[in-house]
Ligand binder design. Sequence first.
Ligand code: PLP
Length: 368
Amino acid sequence: MDIPFLNLVAAHDPLSAELNEAAARVIASGWYIHGNECRAFEEDWARFLDAKHAVGVSNGLDALILSLKALGVGEGAEVIVPSNTYVATALAVTHVGARPVFVEPCLDTYNIDPRRIEAAINERTRAIMPVHLYGQAAEMTEIMAIAARHGLFVVEDNAQAQGATHKGQKTGTFGHCNGTSFYPGKNLGALGDAGAVSTNDPDLARKVRVLGNYGSQKKYYNEVIGYNNRLDEMQAALLRVKLPHLNDWTAQRQAIASAYLEGLSGVGDLVLPATHADSSHVYHLFVIRTKRRDELAEHLKQEGIGTLVHYPIPPHLQACYADLGFKRGDFPLAEEIADTALSLPIWPGMEREQTDVVIQAMVRFFNS
Ligand SMILES: *Cc1c(COP(=O)(O)O)cnc(C)c1O
């Protein structure tokens, strides 16, 4: 049985009538950008998070850029980001003219280590951008306390953890202005590119809305130098169909993760994901670590099982950041994760039988 790394059709198939109806409704409406679907989805998303405001935008990277812009973080500023993250977090900082300052993760949760943040703060630091990586909420109480002590903004990168909580509060509601992505593979995925900003501050919500719509509130009256970062009606309508199923999909991801955790415990040198006592994990990714990572990935591939590495090169070693002057060894924990991490198949609709096939293939690899 071939098992792909990800199968999005499994979640869409049962909703196909509703998705088609939503698409047909948008096509027939004659209105394709910033209309009723977008407004309705923004309200639904804010309600889901329990945030006061949500603004639909074009994608996750733009959500992070607009958040930093709205907070006035730009030229000359430093922004603290995790050394272990998808490059988009750092790119958002670079795109507003600021400098990403990397801070190492905890090796058990893979999220930014709050105990290492203060050493990276100086007079140029303006913001901290925690990432709820792989689907687990970062230690937000600690991070918000550090930010308050130093007068810094917090921008959560909530692209991977929609629905996760820290001390019962949803990610995307702690920071001053937060971004998420509805890239198709995310826990709540559109059928194209989409994203959203969430905030409890009406002024920041307005700023994001204006910046992302050519700097204008009133058509053809441009208050500031804006961008085109709008969410389209088609994606908003499709996201409205999918959002009511997110909690169920999260529960399915957590059940698959439980099966992996049980079936893989004590196997070979595997390091399995750990969840912080105060956080929940929505398993956007199920990431294991092993010194035999490449060999294991090849073995699974031979057995028809798809895996991916998140991420093979940490941001500080990417060619695009060569000018920051980092070298191998500068962020050893991020590098260790990049060298040993492997993401196993996980998606809503994945059958228990498929999870067992993956587990058995891994047990065979380590026992042979
Ligand atoms: C996916 C992702 C983004 C960017 O989202 P896009 O919609 O692809 O622009 C940002 N940060 C993290 C951690 C992500 O996983």
